[in-house]
Design a protein around this ligand. Structure first.
Ligand code: FEO
Ligand code: CA
Ligand code: CA
Ligand code: CA
Length: 560
């Protein structure tokens, strides 16, 4: 029997399981849903769950995507692959998101992939490691190439006999890149424009309840720099590290937003109401009245966690942006109208949103240790946020923060914050980044130890070796333990975990293999082991008995 989420959810109904926080829009798109409320699982099922033997993968520095027993992978797409007659797959793939074209067939749909950044050595032929001032040396042609390789890709993919492949030249296949015109979802122009040029620094993302892709602009200041203000509110330009502004003088204020992409035609818009900062991701929840709650974190040392609550159904424009005071458990409104302290520094709400980081600090938001990915636990409704690290504060290994909204209401204005799990040798992981819950409510997450610190005897990361993928089982004999199930190639991080709608495939990005390469003829990694021996960011599909068991598919099929 083909596993079908809709059937499964109706099974949940029959089993009269209590409150399950499955966002309904994810039911057919995967990457969270939950079968069991703890305590309602039959003894027989529990006994079977206990028999799942997860083999912990030892840390390794092997240049390969190493998987634990019961998992296999194949390549779906990699940098430079043709996706249509004129476009190629971009660089440094991060977030992935799969939407089936037709809910009755989980094996055919559209894959969105973020392209976060470029390694100039590979992309434009500019060896940035040889220069202390890269801006002075890039040509316009090199910058243009780099701009093409960021943004995102929409690619139709299909699974046949267990293998996912691209549907060549499908009309949906397209690139959104650093030069694509994108409208601002806001009434007021920003730096004189209502439509801006391009998206960049696309790190993680999300899926809207109306099934469009969300891609988030993270380290946007790398591309066109940043406008900074002194104590007297006088602006000046801080240069970017890529030096793109030398040839393309676009205002920094056009970047650092949450961007929505329509899968059908690639139409994009930037959502100003969600604020401007280094957005890692954006995780949405639809309330019964169709108002939307969107959680998003600012991945930088001592930056903040935000949530937007809409005041109209399915709007990402009308509503209030809040920032978290995790010490007092309060959501503080970034609202110019009602906050006199913001009126003193900013001339209107648009300015508050553009300079959200400053506004958050004025209100007393809690500095956090680099908030990255955010997921809603499908069983408890708690919000989990990875805090990757904060070396300045001697937090080398990070943790996962848990937010419990007051009475479980996602639009509540108060909450309780606590640590869900801390990184470090005791728990076997460091620097948590992207997360995904599978259909059984197991938590899968990746690590992001920076390439310059990994496998170095003089850094505290040595015991962890290469970046990895972990799972925390919710049931069975490994319940609550952190199990390493995959290890990344040299210098790479694993990003963008996303489950297919039937729960049988985990899409995963292998980002920046060979990142520390200085000589292109002698790369530090050769992943994915092409004939040209050039390392390439790659999206893989992970399948196998372990995923099927972890998702309890056989058990569920037997029960449905
Ligand atoms: Fe692009 Fe915060 O990782
Ligand atoms: Ca990340
Ligand atoms: Ca995620
Ligand atoms: Ca990261």
């Amino acid at each position: 029997m083909t596993y079908n989420r809709r059937k499964f959810i109706s099974f949940l109904g029959k089993a009269s399981i209590g409150a399950v926080f499955v966002p309904p829009f994810l039911v057919n798109c995967s990457s969270t849903t939950s079968p069991f409320e703890k305590g309602t699982i039959s003894k027989r099922t529990l006994e079977k769950l206990k028999t799942i033997a997860l083999k912990h993968l030892a840390p390794t520095d092997r240049d390969d995507l190493v998987l634990t027993e019961g998992l296999h992978y194949h390549t779906v797409l990699k940098w430079g692959d043709k996706i249509n007659d004129k476009d190629t797959f971009g660089f440094n793939n991060d977030f992935t998101c799969f939407i089936p074209l037709d809910d009755t067939n989980p094996k055919d749909g559209l894959l969105w992939v973020n392209h976060e950044s470029v390694n100039p050595l590979f992309v434009s032929g500019f060896n940035h490691r040889e220069f202390t001032n890269p801006e002075a040396h890039r040509t316009k042609e090199q910058v243009t190439k780099e701009m093409y390789n960021v943004g995102g890709s929409i690619v139709r993919i299909k699974e046949t006999n267990g293998t996912w492949t691209i549907v060549e030249n499908d009309p949906h296949n397209r690139r959104i890149n650093g030069s694509t015109p994108i409208a601002l979802n806001w009434d007021e122009a920003i730096m004189g424009k209502n439509t801006v040029i391009g998206t960049n620094s696309n790190c993680s993302g999300g899926l809207t309840p109306w099934r469009t892709f969300i891609t988030c602009e993270e380290n946007y200041d790398d591309c066109f720099g940043e406008t900074v203000y002194d104590a007297n509110n006088n602006p000046s330009h801080r240069a970017s590290s890529y030096g793109w502004e030398k040839f393309y003088n676009y205002p920094p204020e056009h970047y650092g937003w949450v961007v929505e992409i329509d899968p059908k035609d690639g139409t994009a818009q930037k959502h100003i109401a969600l604020g401007r900062f280094a957005h890692e991701c954006c995780t949405l929840y639809e309330l019964p009245n169709k108002h939307v709650v969107a959680y998003t974190g600012d991945d930088a040392n001592d930056e903040h966690l935000y949530k937007f609550v809409s005041s109209k159904p399915r709007s990402l424009k009308e509503g209030t942006l809040y920032v978290a005071d995790t010490l007092n458990g309060k959501w503080l409104a970034l609202d110019w109208e009602t906050q006199p302290s913001l009126q003193k520094r900013f001339k209107n709400q648009t300015e508050v949103l553009i300079r959200a980081r400053e506004a958050a600090k004025i209100l007393g938001a809690t500095p956090l240790n680099r908030p990255e990915d955010i997921e809603i636990d499908p069983i408890t409704g708690n919000i989990l946020i990875t805090l990757t690290n904060n070396k300045r504060k001697n937090d080398y290994h990070g943790s996962i923060l848990k937010i419990e909204e007051h009475r479980g209401a996602f639009d509540a204005l108060t909450f309780k914050a606590s640590t869900y799990i801390a990184g470090g040798e005791e728990n076997g992981f460091s620097c948590p980044d992207n997360m995904a819950f599978d259909m059984a409510g197991n938590l899968w997450f990746t690590s992001d130890i920076s390439g310059s610190s990994m496998n170095r005897i003089d850094r505290p990361y040595m015991p962890f070796k290469n970046n990895s993928l972990f799972v925390i089982p919710r049931y069975g004999k490994d319940e609550g333990r952190v199990i390493r199930v995959a290890s990344a190639p040299t210098d790479a991080e694993l990003t963008g975990p996303w489950f297919s709608p039937d729960g049988k495939t985990l899409f995963l990005s292998v980002q920046h293999p060979g990142e520390q390469t200085k000589d292109i003829l002698n790369p530090t990694s050769k992943f994915p082991f092409d004939d040209d021996e050039i390392p390439k960011p790659t999206v893989v599909a992970i399948t196998g008995a372990l995923i099927e068991k972890m998702n309890n598919l056989q058990l569920l099929e037997a029960n449905v």
